[in-house]
Design a protein. Structure first.
Length: 194
């Protein structure tokens, strides 16, 4: 369960509180046109796993797997993306780990609930994407990209300059940005374009 999810549970005592999520602006939107893109793209097997505090989260994996697939397909780096092994043996493994960065989030959420949102709070969910590209006869390339979602509950201000959205929209944006940045870094550090 994410920190924001824990808050939602703790705050269910009061229906009059609002929750707003904000995606950190450090990564920005993907620009696939800037990728080197191979002249003859090859198929790749895509392996996707979502984790919470380093533990596999099957429910989140199933929810986010199609979004990751879509991002990899849209990148133009591969001729085909498949969950099954491909003849060339190429593999792209993407693991996204949700690491809550707010200490004692449940207690903060409970306190916000007891005050019916008058005392608001903000929590941070950190995300670490580890992407590894492996092609037979070449060294595997691994890149690690970090991202964050901030969530406010009750009478709390969000980070300045960031757009407020639902947690679902923030999660979709975070996935899009963290996967795109990972693909960009793999593209820059591997021989995909050759």
């Amino acid at each position: 369960m994410t920190v924001a999810g824990t808050f939602c549970l703790a705050l269910s005592l009061s229906a009059c509180m609002s929750m707003h999520s904000y995606v950190d602006s450090s990564l920005g939107e993907p620009h696939y046109s800037d990728l080197k893109k191979p002249a003859s793209p090859q198929p790749v097997q895509l392996l996707v796993e979502f984790q919470t505090k380093g533990v596999p989260n099957a429910r989140a994996t199933e929810a986010f797997k199609p979004r990751v697939y879509e991002q990899v397909s849209q990148s133009g780096l591969f001729s085909q993306v498949s969950y099954e092994p491909v003849a060339s043996g190429r593999k792209l493994s993407i693991t996204i780990n949700n690491l809550p960065q707010t200490e004692n989030a449940s207690a903060q959420g409970f306190g916000t609930g007891l005050t019916f949102g008058l005392v608001g709070t903000m929590v941070t969910d950190g995300y670490v994407c580890t992407a590894t590209y492996a092609a037979p006869g070449h060294d595997a390339v691994t890149k690690v990209v970090k991202h964050a979602i901030y969530t406010t509950i009750g009478n709390a201000s969000g980070p300045e300059g960031l757009k407020s959205m639902t947690l679902q929209d923030a999660s979709s944006m975070m996935i899009r940005q963290i996967v795109a940045k990972s693909l960009e870094e793999i593209d820059q550090s591997s021989d995909l374009a050759q």
